[in-house]
Write a protein of this length. Structure first.
Length: 210
């Protein structure tokens, strides 16, 4: 599969989401699709795509046969639908996982499980992990990747529809050697003792004035 732009991924994710969440309004008009791409909830990052940007990306998706236009005598304006999930031969579970990754960026298994319910309800984290493993190992065309684990955080996963990610590993700050930490504590204690001694001297001088 060809590498997709951010706009193409956002459009496909929005189309799939609305296909399952609001089937009564699907396929979507151009205006509805623009609003779905730019909505502030369930999106990361939040964007403000223009109608022209969405139209240009739709043209590319139609060339790639990942989305299509629907017209009819009962339709006042053209509507758009996705064909990505069928073209990629995705199961409903795979579609659910990929859709939340497309719309919300890198996420942990727990986050994915909590956000896929309207497309497919996973009952166990292990089920999500199994689907992710299948997308990662997909022969000839892996669709997901497990990102390097950040210190103190659960591992996250992201889609590969826009190519390999630029991975930035946040290194944990090395702990100071044990003896160095002891020396710092001793220095702090010594300083506190000096302050206490000064306070006592000041108090004795104050009392001597009476």
């Amino acid at each position: 599969m060809e590498i997709l732009t951010f706009e193409e991924v956002r459009i496909l994710g929005a189309l799939i989401e609305k296909e399952y969440n609001t089937p009564e309004y699907y396929p979507l008009t151009l205006n509805a699709l623009v609003n779905a791409c730019n909505q502030k909830s369930n999106r990361e990052p939040v964007v403000a795509l223009t109608e022209m940007q969405v139209e240009d990306a739709l043209d590319l998706l139609r060339i790639k046969r990942l989305a299509g236009q629907v017209t009819g005598t009962d339709m006042r304006v053209p509507r758009y639908k996705e064909s990505f999930s069928s073209a990629m031969q995705l199961t409903r579970q795979e579609t659910a996982v990929l859709t939340v990754l497309m719309l919300r960026g890198p996420q942990t298994i727990g986050e994915i499980k909590g956000r896929t319910g309207k497309i497919h309800e996973f009952t166990e984290l292990s089920q999500v992990e199994e689907i992710l493993s299948g997308l990662i190992r997909r022969e000839g065309n892996p669709l997901a990747v497990k990102l390097p684990r950040q210190p103190g955080k659960d591992p996250r996963y992201m889609h590969l529809l826009s190519g390999e990610p630029e991975i930035q590993i946040q290194e944990a700050k090395p702990e100071k050697p044990y003896l160095e930490r002891i020396a710092e504590l001793e220095q702090q204690v010594s300083g506190l003792r000096d302050e206490l001694s000064n306070l006592r001297n000041m108090f004795d001088e104050f009392k001597g004035q009476f």
